[in-house]
Design a protein around this ligand. Structure first.
Ligand SMILES: [Zn+2]
Length: 480
């Protein structure tokens, strides 16, 4: 199939819709031409002129209030934030829409040499990838736990991709698109660790008190033996060697994000304690040694932005430079402490500082798809209309959240990421790899990796993911 085989026709478009189009092209690695008649034409919105060829008509709609209903795709129910156009029922119905009152009508209809899509894929994608789902998470209702498990962006775009596949087969063309991952791997796994603290101090007291309060005397006793072990030189939050061993045995290597916290805190505030007492000096001899060791043996080192760095350019710059000085080379990625982000400002800072990726976006106490996708993406800044070159690698499963989730919940997420060829980004804190202190945490980590090895996933560090994606999208021109 040559370059001019697919074209998209549209009138004036808002920046969010253009972003939606670009996202689709970039994600699938498909090149479109614009407003020229081709063998396959995506006709977006009302275009009065007749266009020859196999046409895919996509409606242009506005979003409604919250969830307006569901797309029924095989056995899945995928929410939609608009009411789709009511389509003519004379063709083959591929996807059905059911609104909140139970009204049911076709939403994707196949005719002889055209397909009609009744919902506005590009508008939905543009909104969701700029944070449209955030207000649902703030509502903290139980039903949103279900919503968090559905990467709707990936569902919507897969529908368009399937339409293009169908059209190409009809016309005996072979659709040119890029494989998502190297060597035809179905999905990828990205392993990451935040290094928040390396010494246990005040936690002896807080954990002891918490355990006693819960009536968990065995764990309380563990805290006492742990103090004794620490006095003999066994530092419970120093787990670098444990992690390296676990990963070596599994044949994988991860990314460690190192914190450089300088914040002055009030020691009378419990939150201040959290930030203050666990911290370490990044220039401390033992830390410098372990950073160099990890790097020399093939692990990636990145910046774990300090508590206030997400909105302080100079602070972030200083932290990056200090780490690069220690390392003697460039660092490529950052994750923000506490997932602190001021979107899009923080991402603009990250890009300006030359980071190629950010990995701070995810749920802290839930698992799943905060941004409605299991794929890395280029963020869009609605304030200046710019698509950033920075990659956002969304966090999908965080260690803390696993305490509230069953293995079944985790398997469901893995299934979805595999099915939609996405990226399963794991975030496991350095400190939790001590089984005595955090029972079960490292076991789940190992179990997830083993499961993904069994399924043939590409398992690697964050830089390798970002680098692969950047190479992959070369030669795909985006639509300005
Ligand atoms: Zn942190």
């Amino acid at each position: 199939m040559s370059q001019g085989d697919i074209s998209i026709h549209h009138g004036n478009l808002e920046p969010l819709r253009i972003y939606g189009i670009n996202h689709f092209m970039q994600k699938y690695g498909i090149q479109f031409s614009f407003n020229t008649e081709s063998k396959i034409n995506i006709v977006y919105g009302d275009t009065s002129q007749g266009i020859n060829g196999f046409n895919i008509y996509i409606s242009k709609n506005e979003l409604g209030e919250g969830i307006c209903g569901y797309l029924r795709i095989e056995d899945e129910k995928v929410p939609l934030f608009e009411k789709p156009m009511r389509l003519d029922e004379s063709g083959d119905n591929l996807v059905v829409f059911v609104d909140n009152k139970g009204d049911e009508y076709p939403c994707v209809v196949l005719n002889n040499n055209s397909i009609a899509v009744g919902f506005d894929i590009f508008n939905e994608v543009g909104h969701i990838l700029t944070g449209y789902l955030e207000h649902f998470w703030k509502m903290k209702e139980n039903k949103h736990e279900k919503l968090a498990k559905i990467p709707m962006v990936d569902y919507y775009e897969k529908i368009l991709f399937d339409c293009l596949l169908f059209a190409s087969r009809r016309l005996n063309l072979s659709l040119k698109y890029k494989p998502f991952w190297p060597d035809g791997k179905k999905f990828a796994v990205c392993l990451t660790h935040d290094v928040d603290r390396v010494h246990k101090s005040y936690q002896y007291i807080t954990h002891f008190v918490r355990n006693i309060g819960r009536g968990d005397f065995r764990s309380a006793m563990n805290q006492i033996t742990s103090v004794a072990r620490k006095l003999h030189g066994d530092e419970p939050y120093w787990n670098f060697d444990r992690i390296m061993e676990i990963e070596r045995n599994l044949g994988v290597k991860s990314t460690f994000f190192l914190l450089n916290e300088q914040k002055k805190v009030c020691i009378f505030s419990p939150n201040g304690w959290k930030l203050y007492r666990g911290r370490y000096d990044i220039k401390d001899k033992r830390i410098v040694e372990v950073i160099k060791k990890l790097d020399a043996e093939g692990w990636e080192i990145g910046v774990h932005g300090s508590y206030n760095s997400y909105r302080d350019f100079d602070m972030m710059k200083g932290e990056k430079e200090t780490l690069e000085e220690i390392l003697g080379k460039r660092v490529h990625g950052i994750s923000q402490h506490y997932c602190n982000l001021e979107i899009p400002l923080t991402w603009e800072y990250h890009e300006k500082l030359g980071f190629s990726y950010d990995a701070s976006l995810g749920f802290v106490t839930d698992i799943g798809f905060r941004w409605g996708t299991c794929h890395p993406f280029h963020p869009f800044n609605p304030e200046n209309g710019r698509i950033l070159s920075l990659w956002e690698l969304p966090i999908i499963i965080m260690d803390n959240a696993c305490a509230y989730k069953s293995w079944q919940d985790i398997m469901e997420i893995i299934n979805t990421v595999e099915r939609y060829n996405g990226l399963l980004l794991l975030r496991w804190h350095q400190a939790v790899f001590n089984e005595r202190e955090f029972p079960g945490r490292s076991e789940i980590y190992k179990r997830i990796i083993k499961e993904c090895i069994k399924r043939g996933a590409w398992i690697t560090n964050a830089y390798n993911i970002a680098n692969w994606l950047t190479e992959r999208e070369r030669h795909i021109n985006t639509h300005a």
